[in-house]
Design a binder for this molecule. Sequence first.
Ligand SMILES: C[S@@+](CC[C@H](N)C(=O)[O-])C[C@H]1O[C@@H](n2cnc3c(N)ncnc32)[C@H](O)[C@@H]1O
Length: 283
Amino acid sequence: MRISPKTIREARQISRLLPPLLRPTRSLEVATQELSWIKRELPKSAWKNAVLQRMNHTPLQYILGTQPFGDMDLITKPGVLIPRWETEEWAVKVLDFLISNSANNIRILDACTGTGCIPLLLNSQLQKAGIPHTIKAIDISPRAIEIANENSTKYSSTVEFEQQNLFTLKPEPFDLVTSNPPYIPMKDYLSTEVEKSVRRYEPKEALIGDLEFYTQLVHTVDDCDADNFIFELGYQTQAEHVKRLVSSEWTVGTLNDSAGNLRCVIGSKNMELNLTSLCNTIM
Ligand SMILES: C[S@@+](CC[C@H](N)C(=O)[O-])C[C@H]1O[C@@H](n2cnc3c(N)ncnc32)[C@H](O)[C@@H]1O
């Protein structure tokens, strides 16, 4: 969609910093919102440079250096995936589930942790609720682990972050495995469906992946003897793949996000603490 000269004129009348923001945002309303964040969060001397970076499609979160996630403001730098609202939404549901079921002493593994958004949210809120627990989180990327550790320090967390490859992870006992793995198949990543700023700036190792990650996650669940799991995904085929891989003692279902899109596959073989109660559909 092209931006009309009228919109550009309107933007210039409001602020000379606004027209460049129309290029990545395509809307006066969004550009105005982004400019207000830049002005609020950065010193005046940094505004012009921030606008120029944004004009070239650098994600706003890398420019501002943070992204809200729950009640946290997570450090977000190039080299690590920017946490998404869809992930926050299901992580909050898991958290509410654990709190309302008093999941005392639960042992959680978060695989492919990125900024550490999922385990840090669970850790901070379970601590506040007085629910004892342990959480380990792994990522193959040293940069992700470095940033996750910065976030961990910022929020005084007790999460143990480790640089590990999911595919060679040594088994340890856990009760719940959470993960938002790379799940965009290469052909979709290369299509126009993925936003330019995502393709240009976010690490492709964090995004490109498919069934191999779900196969490995199911192996990890088995190796860790976990009885609940939740994996973010983007495609029905990925959910069906998980359902096919697990044994018959597992109940498996899917959860949609609030935009109505398929978002997670959930499995449980624990009758008392059954995470599939969050599902929209049991498979
Ligand atoms: C989609 S991002 C999710 C990050 C974070 N959990 C979130 O929700 O924002 C996937 C993450 O998986 C990591 N990753 C990719 N391959 C991996 C592997 N073989 N083992 C462990 N982590 C991996 C990437 O470095 C990236 O941080």
